[in-house]
Design a protein around this ligand. Structure first.
Ligand SMILES: [Zn+2]
Length: 189
């Protein structure tokens, strides 16, 4: 198993770019509530990619999430929202009760999509009929490989139709009120 350990040249986008299409009240609401947890935007097409991938596997499967980070400050502080633009399914996802790993191939594929403002913002995996929760192993994976303030962890149980989102090295739960279908949904608030 090989994970990315070098620092690519990536940076956050200005939050003004993100908020420009929204009216004043939602903007204030988004900014104040992002102190507690960043907002997540996931488009229908990305969600479809994830659901098709995990629904076709009876065992645990997963992959990487690529997107953009909107911040008041930088990648390490003041993160207001993470917008997921692409899901990269891992074809060699190995899940047992003691270990859980994605092979190097998915990182290579993900890397081909990386630009200054688009990069790996998290990971997703499934818990078929086990319920959506983060196991001890999942928390360890999050802490070890997805430990930045903007790093998301999505777990889905496609059988029970449950999902949960986590963020950062301590796997903090993201409230459902912070998960949006996409920018268009946000603009309608
Ligand atoms: Zn898990």
């Amino acid at each position: 198993m090989k994970w990315i350990d070098r620092k690519p040249d990536i940076s956050a986008k200005s939050v003004t770019e993100f908020l420009s299409g929204l009216s004043v009240l939602p903007v204030l609401d988004l900014l104040s509530s992002s102190v507690e947890s960043p907002h997540v935007l996931i488009s229908d097409s990305v969600r479809k990619t994830v659901m098709e991938h995990i629904s076709s596997n009876r065992t645990e499967s997963g992959g990487l999430l690529i997107g953009e980070v909107f911040s008041l400050d930088d990648l390490n502080s003041g993160v207001v929202a993470v917008s997921i633009t692409k899901a990269v399914p891992s074809q060699d996802f190995d899940a047992t009760s003691v270990s859980l790993s994605m092979g190097p191939a998915v990182w290579d594929i993900a890397r081909s999509y990386v630009t200054k403002h688009r990069f790996v913002v998290g990971w997703y995996h499934s818990h078929p009929d086990l319920g959506a929760f983060f196991s001890g192993t999942d928390r360890k994976t999050q802490a070890e490989f997805f430990n930045q303030e903007y790093h998301l962890g999505l777990v889905i149980d496609p059988v029970r139709d449950e999902e949960l989102w986590f963020v950062g090295k301590d796997s903090l739960t993201i409230p459902f009120s912070h998960v949006w279908g996409g920018l268009s949904e946000l603009a309608m608030v």
